[in-house]
Design a protein around this ligand. Structure first.
Ligand SMILES: Nc1ncnc2c1ncn2[C@@H]1O[C@H](COP(=O)(O)OP(=O)(O)OP(=O)(O)O)[C@@H](O)[C@H]1O
Ligand SMILES: [Mg+2]
Length: 507
């Protein structure tokens, strides 16, 4: 008597019948050696550079070195369970990260996995971490300013959209603070900010995130963290992944600012991987391609042409020096790759001159042309006056009481230095900066004591909002300073200066 075949059996039989039999090719290699965060693999002949490899235990890595008989693979996560002799498979894909608006306001690792304890990130697209830099015809000149809100940067070393500016200085000289302040200033602008922390202490990442959350517009920021305890592979891909996430906005005609904190640590990770995979060491034991890996990363920052949508990607990479030595290998490389550098100085920092920008060694090789015209006009001869003052100060340090013009120059210089100081997390608006420059250049601050100048600087924004609101609005809307606005600003500042002068008589 025929028996009805149950459904499950019928479907299993169908699956067996339709299964493709016959030979199937599979690329399979073998782990020969394991190092700290790396593995050497044999037998995978047709793997590409940066291809993701899958280990038999489910771990992942990517190919960094392709030698004829051995492949150097870097683990993406800590891979404690991989052993010599394990099987490895090529996946045919390169490392990619999620991109899109869903990343805004999130803290993620270099593969886009959330680190902030919130929901998984849902995106439609994944882009490879290595993408070609825009070619010459796809680019436009850097002409629009980035308002960093840091007076010394905006007046003396202006930053343009699409520019790459290195922040370089010794340990604990305010590098991270300078970069996060520039990100905080974008709370009123159309720029998206991406902060990439590579090899940083968790405590300093925490401080940066807290500052951004408390003072900036965190909903328009992405924070990517590969801390000092992360696998070398994760730290290695972080800057590329961060730039890819920022490029998503650039390629849609938007504007993005990416801070990479810092590339010295990234270079050290690169050296570690290179030595473990037995590449030949060169100067300071870095492998020969350390210049190239940073150049190809930073070349992706660009101002795109109108045909490509006119978007921009500005990069603020950070590098750490040792005892102020700018001619060490990595700082010189980065200085030659970027379009300028802001050098921070330990002595200035300890004297209380914060941000501790060394104006003699810092330079912006593009930004001057992009500076907002109103700022350039208000600054007038500030740069020259300040440079002359710094020279004079050295000469007169041991020489008794200077007279006449020299005395005036010293007095003015000290006041310029005082207004260039700025507390952290308090970026200035364009109109505040214009007003401060007007005040110092018109000689209004000359009769005040230095303490009174500091008080003037701190109280100015709120006073201007109250006493010269129309002028402030006009400057921020039109980007120009007409006679009427100038008069209103000067009147408000005169009042403030008189108040402070009475409270603390000039010395
Ligand atoms: N403009 C400023 N005003 C007051 N304090 C500041 C200013 N800039 C930095 N600091 C303080 O100086 C200290 C060091 O700053 P920061 O962490 O930014 O330096 P860093 O160069 O990034 O250090 P590291 O080498 O550890 O990365 C911090 O405690 C910070 O609060
Ligand atoms: Mg730092």
């Amino acid at each position: 008597m025929p028996v009805d075949t149950p459904d499950w059996l019928a479907s299993a039989q169908r699956a067996v019948r339709s299964a493709a039999l016959g030979p199937r090719s599979e690329h399979r290699g073998r782990v020969e050696e394991i190092g700290d965060g790396v593995a050497m693999i044999s037998g995978l002949r047709d793997v590409r550079l940066d291809e993701v490899l899958r280990f038999e235990g489910g771990q992942f890595g990517f190919a960094r070195v392709l030698d004829p008989d051995l492949i150097g693979c870097v683990f993406i996560d800590a891979a404690t369970k991989v052993e010599s002799g394990d099987a490895v498979f090529g996946t045919g894909e390169v490392v990619s990260v999620p991109v899109g608006d869903a990343l805004l306001g999130r803290i993620v690792d270099p593969l886009g996995r959330p680190l902030d304890g919130k929901a998984a990130i849902e995106v439609e697209e994944r882009w490879p971490i290595e993408r070609p830099a825009p070619s010459i015809i796809e680019r436009d000149l850097v002409t629009e300013p980035v308002q960093t809100g840091i007076l010394v940067m905006d007046t003396l070393f202006a930053l343009g959209r699409g520019q790459r500016e290195l922040i370089v200085g010794d340990h604990s000289t305010g590098k991270t603070t300078l970069a996060t302040d520039a990100m905080i200033a974008q709370r009123d602008s159309d720029m998206i900010c991406v902060y990439v922390a590579v090899g940083q202490k968790t405590s300093s990442v925490r401080r940066a995130v807290d500052a951004l959350q408390a003072h900036g517009n965190f909903a328009r920021c992405i924070v990517m963290v590969a801390g000092s305890a992360s696998a070398p592979g994760l730290q290695w891909i972080a800057p590329y992944a961060g730039v890819t996430m920022a490029e998503y906005f650039r390629d849609r005609g938007g504007h993005a600012l990416v801070v990479i904190d810092d590339l010295s640590k990234h270079a050290a990770t690169h050296r570690e991987i290179a030595l473990l995979t037995r590449q030949s060491p060169g100067r300071e034991a870095y492998p020969g391609d350390v210049f190239y890996i940073h150049a190809r990363l930073l070349e992706r920052a660009a101002k795109l042409s109108q045909e490509r949508g006119g978007g921009s990607l500005t990069a603020l990479p950070i590098a750490e020096t040792d005892a102020g030595n700018l001619s060490a290998y990595i700082p010189t490389n980065l200085i030659s790759i970027t379009d300028g550098q802001i050098v921070l100085d330990t002595d200035l920092f300890h004297q209380g001159q914060k941000p501790a920008v060394d104006v003699g060694l810092s330079v912006s090789r593009v930004g001057g042309k992009t500076q907002a015209p109103v700022l350039r006009e208000a600054a007038g001869t500030l740069r020259l006056d300040y440079a002359q003052f710094l020279e004079l100060e050295v000469f007169t340090r041991f020489g008794g009481m200077p007279e006449g013009r020299v005395r005036e120059q010293l007095k003015r210089g000290e006041r310029i230095r005082a207004i260039l100081r700025q507390p952290q997390n308090a970026p200035l608006r364009l109109a505040d900066e214009v007003a401060l420059l007007l005040a110092v250049q018109s000689g209004l601050l000359d009769p005040l004591s230095l303490d009174a100048v500091a008080a003037f600087r701190d109280k100015l924004p709120e006073n201007l909002d109250r006493d010269a609101a129309d002028a402030m609005r006009a400057i921020s809307e039109t980007g120009e300073l007409d006679q009427e606005a100038r008069a209103a600003l000067m009147a408000a500042m005169n009042r403030l200066a008189t108040q402070l002068g009475d409270a603390e008589p000039a010395t």
